[in-house]
Design a protein around this ligand. Structure first.
Ligand code: AVJ
Length: 307
C-alpha cells in the first residue's frame, strides 16, 4: 500500500494499469459496506468459513498449546474470534490488528466485555507492509496467528509470501498460524459473489471514488463508473474494476487526468487458492501445514500451520 491515499491515487492514474491497493476501500463506510457484503446470499466465503470453524474448532484448537497469545490480522468485526477464544485453553491475550481504527476500537471493546480478564491490545496496522506487535504484551506461551476471511488473497504471491514470513518472525518459534483461504471454483459461483444482484459490492467499490472526492477534493462522478467483477486464471483470481463508461477529465490534487470509455480502475484482486499451491507458498515462508479443513461443497479452507 502506498503511504498516503493521494500518492496511491496519483500513481494509479499515471500508470496505464490504474491499479490501486484494495486497502483503500476500507474507510468507515467501506468497512460497513463490507460487513453488509458478508450477509449477502451470493457472498459465500464468510458464512462458509464460520461453518467450518463451528464444526471443527474443537479439533483445530486441540493441537494448540494453552496460554497462547492470539494475534488476529484484519480483525474487522472480530466475529470469528469469539468461538476461537472460547475453544482455546486459557488464552493469554488477544491482539487484534486492523487497518480501520474505528472498527478496531469497537471490536476490542466488544471482546473485552465478553471476556473479562482477557487482556485485549488492539493495534492499527496495515499488513500489506511491515508492522509490529504492541510492546506491552501480557505474559504468554507460544503465539497463535489468526488470519481468517481469505484476506490474504488480496495480496499477490510475492506480498503474500512476505507477509507469511513477517508473521513467522513476529509469532516466533513454536507458533501456530490459522489462515482462511478461498478456493478456486467455477466463475458461475465466483462472479455473483463479487457482483451481487443487490448491488452492495458495486456500492462498496464506488465508495472508493466518494472517499477520494472527500479526502482529496477530486471530482469523480461515481455514476460515470460501472462495477465489474472479472475472473482470471493462472493465478486464479477475481479482480474488481471500476469501468469508466464515457470519456472524462478528472482533477485530483492539482493534476488533470483523462480517462477514455472502457478504461478501468483496478481496485481489488482476490486470489483463489488450492490446498497444494497455498501449502507451497507457506512452506517458502517457513510454515508447515499441520492440517486443513474444507466445507462439504469444497468452497473454502481453513489451514493450520506451525513454525
Ligand atoms: C475482505 C478481502 C476477504 O476478497 O472476498 C468482498 C473483500 N471484495 N467483496 C474478498 C471483498 C468484494 C474480501 N476480503
Amino acid at each position: 500500500m502506498t503511504d498516503t491515499l493521494q500518492n496511491a491515487v496519483l500513481a494509479a492514474l499515471r500508470d496505464p494499469a490504474h491499479r490501486i491497493s484494495s486497502a483503500w476501500l476500507y474507510d468507515q463506510r467501506g468497512s460497513a459496506l463490507f460487513e453488509a457484503i458478508t450477509q449477502l446470499p451470493s457472498y459465500y466465503p464468510t458464512r462458509t468459513e464460520i461453518d467450518i470453524l463451528d464444526t471443527h474448532l474443537p479439533e483445530i484448537t486441540a493441537a494448540i498449546p494453552g496460554h497462547t497469545l492470539v494475534v488476529e490480522l484484519g480483525s474487522g468485526s472480530s466475529r470469528k474470534t469469539v468461538p476461537l477464544l472460547n475453544s482455546l485453553h486459557q488464552p493469554a491475550g488477544y491482539v487484534p490488528l486492523d487497518i480501520s481504527a474505528d472498527y478496531l476500537a469497537d471490536a476490542a471493546d466488544g471482546l473485552s466485555a465478553q471476556f473479562p480478564g482477557l487482556p485485549v491490545l488492539p493495534r492499527v496496522a496495515d499488513f500489506t507492509s511491515a508492522f509490529d506487535l504492541p510492546a506491552d504484551l501480557p505474559e504468554h506461551g507460544s503465539r497463535l496467528g489468526f488470519f481468517p476471511g481469505s484476506t490474504i488473497g488480496n495480496l499477490d504471491t510475492g506480498n503474500a509470501r512476505d507477509l507469511l514470513r513477517h508473521c513467522r518472525m513476529l509469532l516466533g518459534g513454536d507458533s501456530r498460524f490459522l489462515v482462511g483461504i478461498d478456493l478456486d471454483k467455477s466463475p458461475d459461483i465466483l462472479i455473483p459473489a463479487y457482483d451481487d444482484p443487490e448491488g452492495v459490492t458495486a456500492a462498496f467499490n464506488r465508495n472508493l471514488l466518494v472517499r477520494i472526492n472527500r479526502e482529496l477534493g477530486a471530482d469523480f462522478d461515481p455514476d460515470d463508473f460501472r462495477h465489474e467483477a472479472r475472473y482470471f486464471e493462472a493465478p486464479a483470481r477475481i479482480e474488481m474494476h471500476l469501468v469508466c463508461e464515457r470519456a472524462i477529465t478528472i482533477h485530483v490534487a492539482g493534476e488533470r487526468f483523462e480517462l477514455t470509455a472502457g478504461e478501468s480502475l483496478h481496485t481489488e484482486t482476490s486470489r483463489k487458492y488450492n490446498i497444494e499451491a497455498f501449502s507451497t507458498l507457506a512452506a517458502g515462508a517457513g510454515w508447515s501445514v499441520s492440517g486443513h479443513w474444507i466445507d462439504a461443497r469444497g468452497r473454502f479452507a481453513v489451514m493450520l500451520m506451525h513454525a
